[in-house]
Design a protein around this ligand. Structure first.
Ligand SMILES: [Fe+2]
Length: 225
């Protein structure tokens, strides 16, 4: 957005794009920036219309122009434990399908895989760190991309197609994609229809369940895939 807002400026980003991408044609650059702003406004309008109860705290709209190939399966985690509810909308901007795999939801992973984690870690870690560790203990990280052994849905998002997902709560793997719009809307959790579905609440529910069981509860980890 910084680029879009400053497209008529003389900053380094603007000059770089003007010369390398638009061959010095300031009119083309202006038109491109206007289209970006127009699409961003449409996205905000769609989200607001679909979720009128939500109070949005901020948003991030990223025009992702790089190719993505065969990520590892994961739920999204961030460096900080973000206390907001999370709404994400994606648009395939390319002329070829964007291919996603999705697998178990966070609730299922916590129910069946939290037992893999060290008990003291489960007792003391923040919800975000638990989800982070759950990713690696369950799916094996990037080295296991495509070899994690978990069942998948395969989604082919056609050019122009729009989809929404809470990527903190649905495990996913971008199998292949080129240009896409990737958005994140932070929502006031107090405006959720069911706050027990906030990821903090889901983690805390399973933390209490596991720690309440005590020793000998590891058998729940053994058979589920
Ligand atoms: Fe992700």
């Amino acid at each position: 957005m910084r680029f879009v807002n400053a497209y008529l400026g003389n900053g380094a980003d603007t000059i770089d794009a003007l010369t390398k991408v638009f061959a010095g044609d300031r009119g083309k650059l202006r038109y491109f920036a206007e289209q970006v702003r127009h699409v961003n406004d449409q996205v905000r309008g769609i989200v607001t219309a679909l979720f009128p109860r939500y109070r949005f705290l901020n948003d991030s709209i990223t025009w992702r122009m790089t190719e993505t190939v065969n990520e590892n399966l994961h739920v999204d985690v961030y460096n900080d434990d973000l206390p907001d509810h999370h709404l994400r909308l994606f648009v395939n901007l390319d002329v070829v399908p964007r291919i996603w795999h999705t697998s178990h939801r966070l609730d299922y992973l916590l129910a069946h895989r939290l037992c893999l984690l060290d008990r003291e870690f489960v007792r003391t870690a923040t919800p975000g760190r638990i989800c982070h560790q759950l990713n690696f203990s369950t799916f094996g990280g990037f080295e296991q991309a495509g070899r994690d052994g978990y069942p998948r849905h395969i989604a082919f998002f056609e050019p122009g197609e729009v989809w929404l997902v809470d990527s903190r709560k649905v495990s996913h793997q971008i199998f292949y994609g080129r240009k896409a719009l990737s958005t994140e809307f932070a929502v006031d959790p107090a405006t959720m229809q069911d706050p027990s579905l906030h990821y903090f609440a889901i983690v805390e529910h399973h933390r209490a369940r596991l720690l309440g069981k005590g020793a000998g509860s590891d058998s729940a980890c053994s058979a589920v895939n």
